[in-house]
Design a binder for this molecule. Structure first.
Ligand SMILES: Cc1cc2nc3c(=O)[nH]c(=O)nc-3n(C[C@H](O)[C@H](O)[C@H](O)COP(=O)(O)OP(=O)(O)OC[C@H]3O[C@@H](n4cnc5c(N)ncnc54)[C@H](O)[C@@H]3O)c2cc1C
Length: 398
């Protein structure tokens, strides 16, 4: 490990790895540190990603793809279900990844491109000189060292501490932390090409329960519920256990993961002097779906594109890095987050009766395109009151 780099990336998830790979490909000296002993484990993810967005960052490869998804099924509290077929998505619905291999592959690509990669290396404090972040103190295999960098990229995930240490407000309201549990189950009867989402306050209050196939007879079966709805006897795991014993009584659980997903608004500002924040650390997860793999990679690449200009100009101030914040907010991703936040705030207020009515209405739709936006647009068309309620909500949120 050197003492000085152009860029120091904290965290070896998809966001950090794409940032490190992009920086190395541009010829910068870059160091990526990961506190865990291995990249990609433990997994805290249902591993779903859209086909088209994945290939923006990596060539799809069967070594890190567990299943190809052709359709999705939404199940209402009263068991009405609606199928979203792949024809609506131009046959490019999605994949269920094997993130143990996927995250490792991205880190390998970063290393191959020339990045220094260190595991078992925790950033424990920022180095701040004259108000500007200039690197980090790292705990590396029992030793402590200071590593200096022109720009630090905080890619330290949902539990991110680095940007808080640098003075940013990263608080997530409890109600906007989805408390999640997931079992990797095998020996279960599923459709290996269909993802299934169960909605309803009895099944997953202010969240949803999912089945994401991992093979012919195995799947990630998980749940996310609002942190505010969690309590003794009704924790996420209680809901999941009830579902699993009713639906897959003979199934076997071979892995269990727990984790939190923030479904709040993104950080108010994702840059500071010498610092850029990306991925889950920036709270850029889609607030409606909880999906964040693509958003982490997107912000990782964009951060380095803006950092490149700052490094060329020798100016690492907040204003020099601000273009990153502006560009992701103006991007398709940024607009989707802003829109889906409003929709999520509306959906969490819905009673089971309203959810039933909406899914019944949606099940009769003939969508020409498969996307959250297309679905919402059509729902509003069929239920004009929904638009009024959303508008009222938007006004109340300011
Ligand atoms: C149960 C669950 C299901 C999900 N399902 C999906 C899904 O199906 N599809 C989807 O798109 N998204 C899903 N997500 C979200 C997705 O996992 C994240 O959005 C994605 O991993 C974010 O990538 P990241 O690089 O920002 O952060 P992470 O992948 O969290 O990587 C951050 C890394 O930083 C490391 N780190 C933290 N602190 C330090 C430190 N001080 N020093 C060094 N290293 C540090 C961590 O160990 C970690 O490896 C799910 C999340 C959960 C919890």
């Amino acid at each position: 490990m050197k003492q000085n780099y152009d860029l120091l990336v904290i965290g070896g998830g998809p966001g950090g790895a794409v940032a490190a790979r992009t920086a190395a490909e541009k010829g910068f000296s870059v160091c990526m540190v990961e506190k865990r002993p291995a990249i990609g484990v433990p997994i805290r993810c249902a591993e779903g990603i859209g086909k088209d967005v994945l290939s923006e960052f990596i060539t799809p490869d069967s070594k890190f793809i567990s299943a190809e998804i052709k359709r999705a099924r939404l199940v209402a509290p009263d068991s009405t279900s609606m199928m979203l077929e792949s024809e609506m998505a131009g046959s490019k619905v999605g994949y269920i990844l094997d993130r143990k291999v996927f995250d490792r592959e991205l880190a390998w690509q970063a290393a191959d491109a020339g990045a220094d990669v260190f595991v078992k290396t925790r950033a424990s404090a920022p180095i701040i000189v004259g108000g500007e972040v200039k690197g980090a103190t790292l705990e590396h295999c029992g030793t402590r060292r200071e590593v200096h960098a022109d720009i630090v990229i905080a890619a330290d995930g949902v539990e991110s501490k680095f940007s808080r240490w640098c003075g940013m407000n990263t608080t997530v309201p409890v109600r906007e932390i989805m408390s999640s549990v997931q079992y990797l189950m095998t020996d279960i009867d599923i459709d290996p090409h269909t993802t299934v989402f169960f909605l309803g306050n009895e099944v997953a209050p202010q969240g949803y329960l999912w089945i994401f196939p991992k093979g012919e007879r195995s799947a990630n079966v998980g749940i996310g519920i609002s942190g505010k709805k969690s309590g003794a006897g009704h924790r996420a795991r209680d809901y999941l256990d009830r579902f699993v014993s009713a639906t897959f009584p003979e199934g076997k659980t071979i892995e269990c993961v727990v984790g939190g997903v923030s479904v709040c608004k993104p950080l108010e500002c994702t840059v500071a002097d010498g610092l850029m924040v990306i991925g889950d650390a920036a709270r850029v997860v889609d607030p409606l779906t909880g999906g964040g793999i693509y958003n982490a990679m997107f912000t990782g690449k964009l951060a380095v594109e803006v950092a490149e200009k700052a490094i060329e100009a020798g100016n690492f101030s907040k204003s020099a890095l601000m273009d990153y914040d502006t560009r992701w907010r103006e991007s398709f991703m940024g607009k989707a987050i802003a829109r889906n936040y409003q929709i999520k705030e509306y959906f969490v207020t819905l009673s089971d009766e309203k959810l039933n009515a909406l899914i019944q209405s949606a099940s009769k739709m003939n969508l020409s395109e498969f996307s959250t936006l297309a679905l919402i647009k059509e729902l509003i068309r069929r239920n004009p009151k929904l638009l009024t309620e959303l508008a009222a909500l938007r006004a109340s949120l300011g």
